[in-house]
Ligand binder design. Sequence first.
Ligand code: SAM
Ligand code: SF4
Ligand code: SF4
Length: 327
Amino acid sequence: MEKTRQECMLKNIFINHDGDVFPCCRLWSRPQYRVGSIRDSDIADRIIEFDKECSCETYSSVIIPEMSDQVETGYSLVKATSTAFNSFNIEFGLTCNAQCAMCCVHAPEWRGSYELYDDLLRLIDRLRPGGIAVQGGEVLAQPRTLDFLATVKGRFPSMRMHIITNGNAPLSAFRLFNVLFETATFSIVGFTDNTYRTIMGLDFDKTKAFIGKVLEAGKCKVSLKYLVTPLNVHEAHLFLDWAVRQKPASIQIADSNFMAYTKEDGIQFWTAVVERSGRMLRKAITRNAAMIGEAGIELHAAPSLRTAFGLDDSYVAGVRQSASAKG
Ligand SMILES: C[S@@+](CC[C@H](N)C(=O)[O-])C[C@H]1O[C@@H](n2cnc3c(N)ncnc32)[C@H](O)[C@@H]1O
Ligand code: SF4
Ligand code: SF4
């Protein structure tokens, strides 16, 4: 199938913690796609002019509901023909309150200091994206970043703000959070206190209390995201049972490429654990399908997890039917 030609630079450019700009977050580790630095005086023009060959595959992760455009074809990059920037995906400093064992940006070892606020503001002011998505590190544990976002919100009140966060913030942080963010993704890694603490080094009750407060206020559209690792794979169904009852806008089951950690050598330990975890998750989705439909929750699972957990086409068709009967 032919790929969809896309003005990728207008969609969601990625700016990493060093200020390097990439056409999208998929390319953050590919130096040949680095557009430049936000420190460069001509960076705005370089973003607009960027024209390199690039293409990718995409896969739909939606389990519920059934969507008409679910067959995805992938993208190929074409040069921007306007300056209508949809969103910037901004990685601030990597300072974090957590110690996640699997952290893909190695935040726990980071000892740097983020000093690019003025450069960012200059770029935002020049290109005026419709929104920004922010992450780190942990933005809620970075007072200077929160001050910066409050400044941006003050100057550009209609600019949408999305945060990707571990949500392990004191309730006193809620007021500013609710002013700043229209949408939020809460990343959860483990569902029992002990597992959560072992992987993230944090207290799960604190996270749940903060998320509860955000949901109760009802202003911010919330996505609850569970990242599967070898140490929490057997708790995905517990997360799902809880998450559905929170009635967020969406629930995501994401993969840390966890099967790469679980190479078998003789004894088929992980094969058995993953098979059992998949069975428990399938049962949880089935028993929650009607409620997912009724509450209008979008349920996503990474394509790799569909295979690992046995969420095959006929299973998915069945739960979609249960969800639509009530939805
Ligand atoms: C690096 S974190 C930064 C934002 C915030 N601290 C958080 O954890 O949500 C951004 C996203 O990357 C995910 N992530 C972290 N380590 C990962 C890994 N090894 N594989 C895949 N995703 C990962 C997190 O769950 C989170 O949703
Ligand atoms: S083609 Fe795909 S990988 Fe390349 S910039 Fe566009 S969205 Fe990103
Ligand atoms: S909370 Fe996010 S940035 Fe911090 S260590 Fe965990 S994954 Fe990394």
